[in-house]
Design a binder for this molecule. Structure first.
Ligand code: HEC
Length: 466
């Protein structure tokens, strides 16, 4: 396929670059409790008191009514059997077993992992534990950790942070066994089965081997570039091919990203990505074998589909073409707080996001994800208004390569002609912040833009409509 340079030109002409990641979140695990039914004894009175006694007055917080819905929703999506959390957090017994650590992780903000600042914007659905939710857990503790009644449990009442319907399941065509340590990047193509255009309105990637799949980026390829990517697949033995780059610009569209704990998402109501006839699904999987042995993986993409939507959506990757073409994103060795930023009047390039958009019209921003690599220190996306004011879309003061979340805005942000999208990244390229590869901390060296993990990036992925 095109060299790095060719692909850069492609991006440059379009005024935007590499797209990536967005993420969704996760639903509560469907835990069932052993129902604590009232045992009818010879004495109805004993039964009555035994059944009624544990039910506390309604104003008191209880495990089943208040805390379990939160813990399952905000912790249990990773802390479950077979999940990436090191222990389960589903039941009261699970909670009690790790309570001091769990409380410390909550109070210090280490858990749940949520690197964005909460005073930037309101996100919903969100995997964050909000201040009032933390307060509820503290209240429960101060009231003596009452258990309450299992029937009081109800799923956490928030926008569903999961895929709510599956219309199509697309498994990888064959199992793939990663063998490279510590990392292996592999791309897979999957046929698109429709002979009429369809709209994707939600997705979930289900990894076959949760302990091996570090993350995955999911795209569709437009028909015109399918043969080029197919040739790469055909050129390499085994399922898929080794790959570091991803479809850019009008080669196709990003659909979503899997990171551990992510159980898919519905796209914002009435919006969807239009997939043309003859497209192919493209999945780039990053396998990590640091803690596990290679084993055959068949990951599956579940999709929610519609025949039509009210608003066609597009995904734009915002970053500076000069970083890619002219290698201007220099990050000198042994320096920290190295900053690069890029401003763009996105409404002028709308038709490049998808051919369904018309240049010059306002855009509606629904969700954002940021993408840097391992040396990333901080990043943000801000809308600089024509009148000099600013609107914060996402602000990550301490970048964490492992938690590349997508941030869905509770209220979409309108981007008007004249407004600039402003992407900013900083890096720490000192010795202390270098990654450890094969047990050895890498020596600092000057970095620049590139697709491999040892290169760096600075990209804001945005999900927009007109
Ligand atoms: C998105 C996945 C995810 C979610 C959600 C999550 N955890 Fe974790 N948690 C992990 C992983 C992975 C580890 C082990 C690696 C690490 O410590 O970062 C971990 C480790 C921990 C640890 C031990 C290490 C430490 O930092 O203390 C505690 C305690 C913990 N989690 C509690 C919680 C609680 C409580 C919640 C919910 C409020 C929660 N976690 C939500 C993924 C998650």
């Amino acid at each position: 396929m095109a060299s790095k340079h060719d692909r850069s030109v492609l991006i440059a002409t379009e005024g935007f670059a590499t797209l990536r990641a967005m993420k969704a979140s996760k639903p509560p695990g469907a835990t069932t409790f052993g129902g604590r039914a009232c045992v009818v004894t010879a004495s109805a009175f004993i039964c009555l008191s035994a059944c009624q006694q544990p039910t506390p007055p309604p104003q008191q917080t209880t495990w089943f009514k208040d805390v379990q819905p939160l813990v399952q929703r905000k912790c249990g999506t990773c802390h479950e059997a077979g999940g990436i959390g090191p222990f389960a957090l589903q039941t009261l017994a699970d909670w009690k077993a790790v309570e001091p650590q769990a409380l410390d992780a909550i109070r210090t903000g280490r858990m749940p992992p949520f690197p964005a600042k909460m005073d930037c914007a309101d996100y919903s659905p969100t995997t964050a534990l909000l201040a009032d939710q933390k307060a509820l857990i503290e209240k429960w503790i101060s009231e003596g950790e009452l258990e309450g009644t299992p029937t009081d449990f109800a799923e956490f009442p928030e926008a569903p942070d999961r895929l709510t319907r599956v219309d199509l399941s697309l498994p990888m065509k064959e199992p793939f066994t990663p063998t490279r340590r510590p990392d292996e990047y592999r791309c897979f193509l999957i046929d698109w089965p429709f002979d009429v255009p369809k709209f994707i309105t939600g997705y979930e990637l289900r990894p076959g081997k949760k302990d091996l799949v570090h993350h995955a980026d999911i795209f569709f390829l437009n028909p015109v570039v399918v043969p080029t990517w197919q040739a790469r697949d055909d050129a390499e033995a085994g399922p898929g091919w080794e790959c570091y780059d991803i479809p850019l610009g009008q080669e196709g569209s990003w659909i979503g990203t899997y990171v551990p704990g992510n159980r898919g998402v519905d796209f914002p109501a009435d919006t969807g990505l239009k997939v043309p006839v003859g497209a192919k699904i493209y999945i780039q999987v990053h396998y990590n074998l640091t803690f596990a042995q290679g084993a055959p993986d068949v990951s599956t993409l579940d999709l929610r589909l519609e025949d039509r939507v009210k608003k066609i959506a597009g995904v734009m990757a915002v970053s500076d073409p000069n970083w890619i073409i002219q290698d201007t994103m220099v990050i000198p060795a042994n320096q920290k707080d190295v900053e690069h930023h890029f401003d763009i009047e996105a409404t002028r390039f709308s038709s490049l996001i998808t051919s369904n958009f018309i240049d010059g019209r306002p855009l509606k921003l629904y969700a954002t994800t940021m993408h840097l690599h391992q040396l990333g220190q901080s990043t943000s996306l801000t809308i600089k208004r024509a009148d000099g004011s600013t609107t914060c879309a996402v602000d990550i003061p301490k970048w964490d390569f492992h938690w590349q979340l997508a941030y869905t805005l509770k209220e979409p942000i309108i981007i008007n002609p004249g407004d600039q999208l402003s992407v900013s990244c900083t890096w720490d390229n000192t010795a202390a912040n270098q990654p450890v590869i094969n047990g050895q901390r890498v020596m600092p060296r000057t970095r620049n833009w590139g697709a491999r993990t040892e290169d760096e990036m600075c990209v804001a992925g945005i999900y927009v409509t007109q």
